[in-house]
Design a protein around this ligand. Sequence first.
Ligand SMILES: Cc1cc2nc3c(=O)[nH]c(=O)nc-3n(C[C@H](O)[C@H](O)[C@H](O)COP(=O)(O)OP(=O)(O)OC[C@H]3O[C@@H](n4cnc5c(N)ncnc54)[C@H](O)[C@@H]3O)c2cc1C
Ligand code: FES
Ligand code: FES
Length: 475
Amino acid sequence: MWTHYYSVSTIGEALELLAQHGDKARIVAGGTDLLLEMERHQRPGVETLIDLSRVRGLDEISRYGDEIRLGALVTHNQVVGSTLIRERALPLAQASWEVGAPQIRNRATVAGNLITASPANDTISPLLALGASVTLSSLSGERSIPLRDFYLGVRKTVMRPDELLSAITLPAMSETERGLFLKLGLRRAQAISVVNVTVILRLEQEQITRATITLGSVAPTVIRVPVAEEYLMGKPINNQVIQEAARLASITPSPIDDVRSTAQYRTEMIKVLVARALRALRAGTERDSLPAHPAMLWGSQQGRLTPETALSEPVEHNEQTIEVTINGKAYSLRGANHKTLLRALREDAHLTGTKEGCAEGECGACTVFLDGAAVMSCLVPAPRAHGADIVTVEGLANGDTLHPIQQAFVEKGAVQCGYCTPGFVMAGAKLLEEQPEPTRTQVEESITGNLCRCTGYYKIVEAIQHAAELQREKT
Ligand SMILES: Cc1cc2nc3c(=O)[nH]c(=O)nc-3n(C[C@H](O)[C@H](O)[C@H](O)COP(=O)(O)OP(=O)(O)OC[C@H]3O[C@@H](n4cnc5c(N)ncnc54)[C@H](O)[C@@H]3O)c2cc1C
Ligand code: FES
Ligand code: FES
């Protein structure tokens, strides 16, 4: 993995380190892309990670007049939870909601999603359609790049090795603009886009006076389809217009065949999704796909840095022990700075309740709480836990008294081999903390990041619902 790990407390410190280490260093934010790339040796030559995730003030979503600004550490869950984004940049909230699962969205940032620069990354298409720009900072100053000029090809951007992304800005949608994001994946969660579509229309007196359509996962970069956009200008949204615009959008790209889809299927699906989006805009149902009270699994701090969790000075972790509170007890972990948090918990803290299923963020067996939010510990660098508060499955029971969720799993027989159970129990416990009376939909949302290969999900869902009853009886 990495040989040097720094946690910075300001952007300036990060820029100094980037200037010093050049292309041997990478910024790490949520780590949900970078750790996998390091593990798969897709970042040869990168030795140094510069952790930005504890810099105060970078997790803000703010509004300046008609402009919305996202700091570099804004996570997908923060976007989903933001009233401002839901009201004035709905397609972005819908795209963030489609990313991974709650434990991924609690760590993964929008900035990281843009920089990884896969054409399948979900927030690129809405941000491109919304006319967003990124601010790139280096020791020599700042430059603002419109997102349309940011990408050079698959996983390639104009960002230099000495630069970092410090902010994303976008114009808020006006009263006359409406839009939505739609994604087609091979399953309903934890799925990479086969095709994604953003459509934004300006509608005045029932006529389209401006149209933007962007398509993800169909070309080396996310693209616009001017021929369909121009066709829509000055027209009402009726069946014939919808059909023709969808056809025009689908003939523009020449998608690739890959493991997720044939080119022909992608072309057909562009047509289906563009038509679906236009029909939803006509019917005014574009908000229906985003739940009002989604399961976030982010605890009372809502994934935000607090004065306690932000750093006040930089830390060079290399020789340092990791001083961390786990389940209320202080631990000093030696020699774990080059590991993931999952490995450090199991190998160094000897807390083996947290399981490794996939080690890729896909199965949820490694779910723990990091400063109150549920995360996949296989994607958290262990040094990120220095000074943090961690809860593992061993910390849920109160002495000999099981947590209601543990009791419910026993009573409902929601366990077979048990390998996935710690992850489900952690996800369920966090859900009950934020939704004492969860709906069935919220229960299902809370476990979208958890896989069980032998029980099936009925008993697990039943157990989480029963746990809510047990919790209510206790209080
Ligand atoms: C199981 C799983 C499911 C996923 N599902 C989806 C999905 O459905 N849709 C989707 O779009 N993505 C998905 N992803 C990908 C990933 O979670 C997102 O791309 C995420 O937004 C990346 O953000 P991060 O903060 O984790 O980035 P990191 O991994 O920390 O960084 C990603 C890249 O950006 C660079 N970087 C990060 N921040 C900065 C900065 N401020 N300045 C300069 N460089 C920076 C890093 O050096 C690295 O190259 C999934 C990943 C996993 C593991
Ligand atoms: S999600 Fe971490 S081990 Fe599977
Ligand atoms: S009980 Fe065996 S994997 Fe879930």
